[in-house]
Ligand binder design. Structure first.
Ligand code: UD1
Length: 419
């Protein structure tokens, strides 16, 4: 397995373009199951999660291919996904449940596994589908949803991103009106709703906590370019803030990044928006407080990268992780590099101002992998980062290449010890 060798890389500078958002593309690919007509998604990022989602659609019987950066899906006749291994590779595989239940009146799915960052149950998805009239059965790791769907009022106990997406998709073809209360408001949900509307769906309130969907008889094909990745842009912004850089992030949607940009700006980074994107200059110097929340609060996916920035400020930063129960796994590795971070339950106390030094560290999940790569840029000497390549290929299109284009000294090398 490849590992990364990362050298101290002060003052990143230059321009890079932000890729399309993985978390927008995945539900949009799943939504292509709602129509027999062709769907074309432009500027899809080259990520294994995207390839796996297209594979899942093929295992439902759809044609699903990439042509250059376009993904083309045609779901003439579809059934439950047959490739159980593929379903287990990622949590987002559960997003085919709503579309298939709506289109076929039935869907059987291997439950997506738990994952390193937390248990990640799907009870809210299933309760919501039950409210729409589906019968839900679970046996031996398989969940089966059956019955034709009827509009209903659904209240989500927690504004889950995936449950909101699944229920909106299911409701587009349900008979009557569905109201989803306490819906998640993430920009990727608004983007999915824009796409569904292009397909002929009737949706009001996207981006608010109350989404209203009026079911239609059928949806048609559409072409769409999903939004840029706010988490990738945020990770690159943290790299700039950490290295006292001067970086322009083309295509960055600053309106989707307010919570992070406030943190960076309070900490001393100069944040400028212009028509080309987002420019960051200078260094984060002041400690910060960050509590992860649903959008528009501070995103859990940015917690690990921002924590690396906090290690290099002067003073005590306080982070509170409220979304996932096990999302501090990067802390042990950062401490190995000389950071002084103490975790007490959901709380992490980061005593800034300690020089990071290169070490051999390993990544447990996607955002931890990105955070450790950033830590390597700030650390004195050489950092060897293992177990990161697979995670980064899942969710960041060319992160290492983009950092290199900004002047980072990093290379991918084979891990000969493990062969
Ligand atoms: C999505 C994002 C992920 C991000 C997360 C939170 C995608 C593909 N992934 O994941 O990058 O970190 O939102 O912003 O878009 N929960 C339940 N029951 C459920 C569903 C969720 O208890 O049925 C809990 C989860 O365990 C977690 C919290 O709700 O603690 C948030 O999960 P959710 O918003 O559903 O995240 P995902 O859609 O899985």
């Amino acid at each position: 397995m490849a590992q990364y060798r990362i050298c101290h890389s002060p003052r990143l500078s230059g321009e890079v373009s932000v890729s399309t958002a993985k978390n927008a593309v995945l539900p949009i690919i799943a939504a292509a199951l709602l129509t027999q007509e062709e769907v074309i998604i432009h500027q899809t990022p080259r990520l294994t999660d995207v390839a796996h989602m297209l594979g899942i659609l093929r295992s439902c019987g759809a044609e699903a291919e990439t042509e250059g950066t376009d993904a083309r899906v045609r779901a003439l006749a579809v059934d439950s996904p047959a490739d159980h291994g593929l379903l287990r590779t990622m949590r987002a595989s559960v997003l085919v449940l709503g579309p298939l239940a709506a289109r076929n009146g039935a869907c059987s799915l291997t439950m997506p596994g738990g994952c390193a960052i937390g248990q990640r149950p799907i009870d809210l998805h299933l309760k919501g589908l039950q409210k729409l009239g589906a019968k839900v059965e679970q046996e031996g790791g398989t969940v089966t949803v059956s019955g034709f769907l009827k509009g209903a009022n659904v209240y989500l106990d927690f504004p889950s991103v995936g449950a909101t997406e699944n229920l909106v998709m299911a409701a587009t073809l349900a008979k009557g009106v569905t109201r989803i209360e306490n819906a998640a408001k993430e920009p990727e949900i608004t983007d999915l709703c824009h796409f569904l509307t292009l397909m002929g769906a009737r949706i009001a309130g996207a981006g608010t906590a109350n989404i209203i969907v009026e079911g239609v008889d059928h949806l048609h094909g559409a072409e769409y370019t999903p939004i840029p990745d706010r988490i990738e842009a945020g990770t690159l912004a943290c790299a700039a803030a950490l290295t006292e850089g001067n970086v322009l992030l083309e295509r960055a949607r600053t309106d989707h990044m307010r919570a992070l940009l406030f943190k960076l700006s309070e900490s001393g980074v100069i944040v400028q928006e212009d028509s080309r994107g987002l420019r960051l200059r200078g260094k984060a110097r002041h400690p910060m407080e960050a509590r992860t929340l649903s959008y528009p609060g501070f995103p859990t996916d940015m917690q690990a990268p921002l924590m690396v920035v906090a290690t290099q400020t002067h003073g005590l930063s306080v982070f509170l992780e409220t979304i996932f129960e096990n999302r501090y796994m990067h802390v042990v590795e950062l401490n190995r590099m000389g950071a002084k971070i103490r975790v007490e339950g959901q709380l992490a106390l980061i005593q800034g101002g300690h020089t990071l030094t290169g070490a051999h560290v390993s990544a447990t999940d996607l955002r931890a992998a990105a955070a450790l790569m950033l830590a390597g840029l700030a650390a004195q000497g050489e950092t060897i980062l293992s177990d990161a390549a697979g995670h980064l290929m899942r969710g960041y299109e060319g992160l290492e290449e983009k950092l290199k284009a900004l002047g980072a000294e990093t290379e991918k090398v084979e891990d000969t010890e493990r062969e």
